[in-house]
Design a protein around this ligand. Structure first.
Ligand code: UP5
Ligand code: MG
Length: 199
């Protein structure tokens, strides 16, 4: 049984900034478990017997943020499962918390149970974000990789998610990464940050 609290790195940034891509790279080199809140919600949406399928579907298509209890439960279960079954204790939480409701709900439920280390912030322009998502949309099958949903996702990011990044910035927890170069270049910055953190 693990005695230490799980170590958490939040991974934030606009839609398509490259959070998932870089998390996969980090997993390969630094032994973290990658928990994408969006991926967990998309799995829950199609899980047989889920009572949240319709709700999640509606929120994702409209770029709205799912109520925190749903997302936080999925994250907490995934953390516990990885600790108990695999002895894993370092987690990248990708795409969460992305509004005040997320942050408040997380703090209520998780603050005492985990150690949040820092926030990796993937920063690039709105245009790059949209371009990457539309390009991916040609083959991703994601219901929100289209012009209509993207407009809403960007709006939600600007109005609700970016202020959360600023909140962490005020706590001096943000490590900013320029997410505009190619993925290999971005990973060099990420690698430096992770090596320095000695996690
Ligand atoms: N790509 C990646 N890096 C590149 C680079 N450096 N140069 C060129 N191309 C690059 O990358 C996106 C695309 O760009 C890929 O094709 C990639 O190859 C290429 P990816 O790594 O997938 O970027 P990521 O930031 O992960 O983009 P994603 O679309 O996953 O971000 P979102 O934050 O929009 O999506 P997420 O899955 O987190 O959330 C989706 C929705 O779920 C939300 O809008 C919301 O409705 C809901 N949600 C909640 O309600 N609550 C949550 O807590 C989380 C999600
Ligand atoms: Mg992603």
């Amino acid at each position: 049984v693990l005695k230490d609290k799980p170590k958490i790195v939040f991974v934030l940034g606009g839609p398509g900034a490259g959070k998932g891509t870089q998390c996969n790279n980090i997993v390969k080199h630094f032994g973290f478990v990658h928990l994408s809140a969006g991926d967990l919600l998309r799995e829950e949406r199609i899980r047989e017997g889920s009572q949240y399928g319709q709700l999640i579907d509606d929120y994702i298509k409209n770029g709205k943020i799912v109520p925190v209890d749903v997302t936080c439960s999925l994250l907490e279960n995934a953390i516990n499962l990885n600790r108990e079954k695999n002895g894993k204790n370092k987690f990248l939480i990708d795409g969460f918390p992305r509004n005040q409701d997320n942050l408040d709900g997380w703090n209520r439920r998780m603050e005492d149970k985990v150690d949040v280390q820092f926030v990796l912030f993937f920063d690039c322009t709105e245009n790059i974000c949209v371009e990457r998502c539309l390009e991916r949309g040609k083959s991703s099958g994601r219901s929100d990789d289209n012009q209509d949903s993207l407009k809403k996702r960007i709006q939600t990011y600007t109005n609700e998610s970016f202020p959360i990044i600023q909140h962490f910035q005020n706590l001096n927890l943000v490590k900013r990464v320029d997410a505009s170069p190619d993925a290999e270049e971005v990973f060099k910055t990420v690698q430096n940050i992770l090596e320095e953190s000695e996690l």
